[in-house]
Write a protein that binds this ligand. Sequence first.
Ligand code: NDP
Length: 294
Amino acid sequence: MTAEILDGRKTAAELRENVRHKVVAFREAYGVQPTLVAILVGEDPASSVYVRNKEKACAKAGIAGRVLRLPAVVQQSVLVEQIHQLNADAAVHGILVQLPLPTGVDPRPILDAVDPLKDVDCFSPANVGLLMQGRPRFLPCTPAGIIQLLRRYSVSVQGRQVVVVGRSDIVGKPMAMLLAAKDGPCGAEYANATVTLAHSQTADLPATVRQADIVIAACGQPEFIRGDWLKPGAVVIDVGINRSGERLVGDVAFEEASKVASAVTPVPGGVGPLTIAMLLHNTLQAARLHHWAQ
Ligand code: NDP
C-alpha cells in the first residue's frame, strides 16, 4: 500500500484564502481591521521564525500583525502589565504569547493574564472550559486545523477508533476533546470518535496504536511511531516537528508508515501550516466578538 499524502499546505492555503475574503467583508461592513499582537520573549531562533511566519500570514490575509519583543530577562510583573495594556487596547483583537517562554518563566500566570476574549490560542481556563462543554469561543489552532484537514480529505472519524499520542494542553488534550465531542466545527462526521489518549505511561503503546483507525501523533519524539505499530489502512496525522540533523522530521517514521497507512501527513507540509491558518481564523473571530460586544 502506498499512502495518500494529506497536503496541509494546500488545505491551509484554501483556509487562509477563505479568511482573507471574510476579513475584506468584515472591514467593509464595520471599518475595522482585525489586529493580532504576538508577544515574543527572548531570542529563541525557532520562536522568532514562527512569529515571523505568523506576521507574514497576517499580512496576506489583511490582518494587522504586530510583534511585541521583550528581553529574556523580563520580570513576570512587567510581562503581565504589558498584557493588561493590550487587553485594554480596543484596537487589539487577538493576543498570543509565543511559547516556549525562556527557562525560569512560568507560563501559567502569563497565559492566564490574556483576556479570554482575545485569547486566540484558546489557552485560557475559561476558553478551555467552554471547549470542554462543547460550546467553544475559540478553537484550539492545531487540533482545529487537523479537523479541517480530515474534512478536506473526507476522513470521517464518527464512530471510529482514534488514538492520540500525547496529552499536552496545546495539542493532545484539546484534540481528544474535539474528536470525542458530539458535534464539532466541521459537523458530526468529524466528531463522535471513540478516543484513546495515550502518553508516556501508556502500557504497550504499539498495541494501543495498532487498534486505531486514525492515529494523531503529538509526542515530540522523532520518528517514534513505527510502521509495524499501525493497523493496515490507518490514517496517520503527524503533528510532531523535530530536528534530526539538517532535516525536520515528525513523530512518525514516514517511509514505514507510508507503506502501511492509507493516508499520512508529511513533515514539513502537513499540520504546521494549518495551525497558522486557524490562528488567522481565530483573530477574525476575536475581532467579530469585540465588535458584537460594542
Ligand atoms: P509536549 O512535550 O508538551 O507533550 C508531549 C506529550 O507526548 C506528553 O503528553 C508526553 O507524555 C507524550 N510523550 C512523550 N514521550 C512519549 C513516549 N515515549 N511515549 C508516549 N507518549 C510520550 O509536546 P507538544 O504537545 O507541545 O508537541 C508535540 C509535538 O508536536 C512536538 O514535536 C511539537 O514540536 C509539535 N507541535 C507541532 C505543532 C504544529 O503546528 N505542527 C504545534 C504544536 C506542537 P507525558 O504527558 O506522560 O509526559
